[in-house]
Design a protein around this ligand. Structure first.
Ligand code: TYD
Length: 132
């Protein structure tokens, strides 16, 4: 599976903690875009798509959620509940985020500018794409 969990270096002192993402230091790609998902309603799943070109880093900066990752052959579930841990997702993975806790904030860093054309929102189209 083309994903990995990355434990971030935490700069901490008696004031609290800080995590930094920087190209060539600890970030696997050049970040072109960031967005965050918050105020997610109970029972909601987000995502349910694959991206032809984008790589992502997902960080649960508050609360928790689960991420189902599917490469077309198998599925795995990762729980994100720690702002010190980032989930790297390669392109062409089907992902779904769900079980958001109350007040969950999921930060997403992306390797691309937003382009709806690189999204695959039909699961059968995704399966056809990965088996090629
Ligand atoms: P959507 O793809 O439905 O989010 P999710 O990944 O949770 O399913 O995106 C919701 C809306 O936000 C949709 O109108 C597209 C827009 N959007 C942007 O404009 N830029 C972005 O970087 C993202 C991720 C979404």
């Amino acid at each position: 599976m083309n994903y990995k969990l990355i434990d971030m270096k935490v700069f901490g002192d008696d004031r609290g903690h800080l995590v930094s993402f920087e190209k060539k230091v600890n970030c696997p790609f050049d970040v072109k875009r960031a967005f965050y998902i918050f105020d997610t309603k109970p029972g909601v799943a987000r995502g349910a798509h694959a991206n032809r070109n984008s790589e992502f880093l997902l960080i649960s900066i508050n609360g928790s959620c689960k991420v189902k990752i599917d490469n077309g052959k198998k599925q795995e579930v990762v729980e994100l509940n720690n702002p010190q841990r980032a989930l790297y997702l390669d392109k062409m993975l089907w992902k779904e985020m769900y079980d958001f806790s109350y007040n969950a904030i999921l930060l997403v860093l992306a390797s691309t500018y937003y382009d709806e054309k690189e999204y695959i929102r039909d699961y059968d189209e995704f399966l056809a794409g990965v088996s090629r």
